[in-house]
Design a protein around this ligand. Sequence first.
Ligand SMILES: [Zn+2]
Length: 287
Amino acid sequence: MENTSSPFIFTVDVEDWFTNGRTIKIEEWGNYKLRVERNVEKLLYLLDKTQQKGTFFVLGWIAKQLPLLIKRIHQHGHEIASHGYAHELVYRQKPHIFRKDVRNAKIVLEDLIGEQVLGYRAPCFSITPWAIDILQQEGYVYDSSIALNTWRRTYEPEMHIISNNHFIEIRNQFYEFMLPFRRIGSYTIPLGGGGYFRLYPYFIYKRMLYHISQIPFVFYIHPYELDVRHPRYWSTNIMENVRMYYGVHSTYQKLEHLLSAFPFTTMRSYYDAFLRNSNNIKWFTEF
Ligand SMILES: [Zn+2]
């Protein structure tokens, strides 16, 4: 029952627990046992069960290790998009390295699915303005990496973030699906998913979604967030530990509730629907 006019978009960042941390280098990734496959299978099962579709931002390195998994996701009717190749923070890279990273990931993924990859999400939402230009030059059509931390890093805090439209044309014919956040009093809190989804009790999260004013609402989750057994790699940074591990035991159940309660769609479907009746979306940013 994919609902293309739905304001709810379901996304997954396809990577393993050791590729997402900032401490284990890519040269060491091969030393760890992959767990992403079984966790993606859980997501595919849940999405099938609730008849929902989502956009899977796949890390190029993972696609190289598990090509059949990526084909399976695609065969289930979900969108394959790019999470780059090596999970380096964008703003720490030189532009020519970033270009190579997003180009490689796109080639690997397109070779696997035989279809154009349109979307990109930066590791840890680390996008920065020059990278948007490169994404467009490399044939991407939309990005979904602007979150509250991106704004805070790039601009003065709180600047430009009060808009109800989270699907914006940030370059001529290049679009951004911003991650959602909500203002509560003088605080602005992110609520797109991941650690935030695990942090809030489900009934509160659900209530917030019923009252979203910023659309589309982009939800995101990582496969390892459904994995109670993934090896713990404790950081000295407490917030990093919360981000990785808090509430993992109940994610699966919460996710099933969420997928049963709201109609989700893919970014590609939302984008196609927008192009079909495109008289709207005129909110440009300086990004
Ligand atoms: Zn990631």
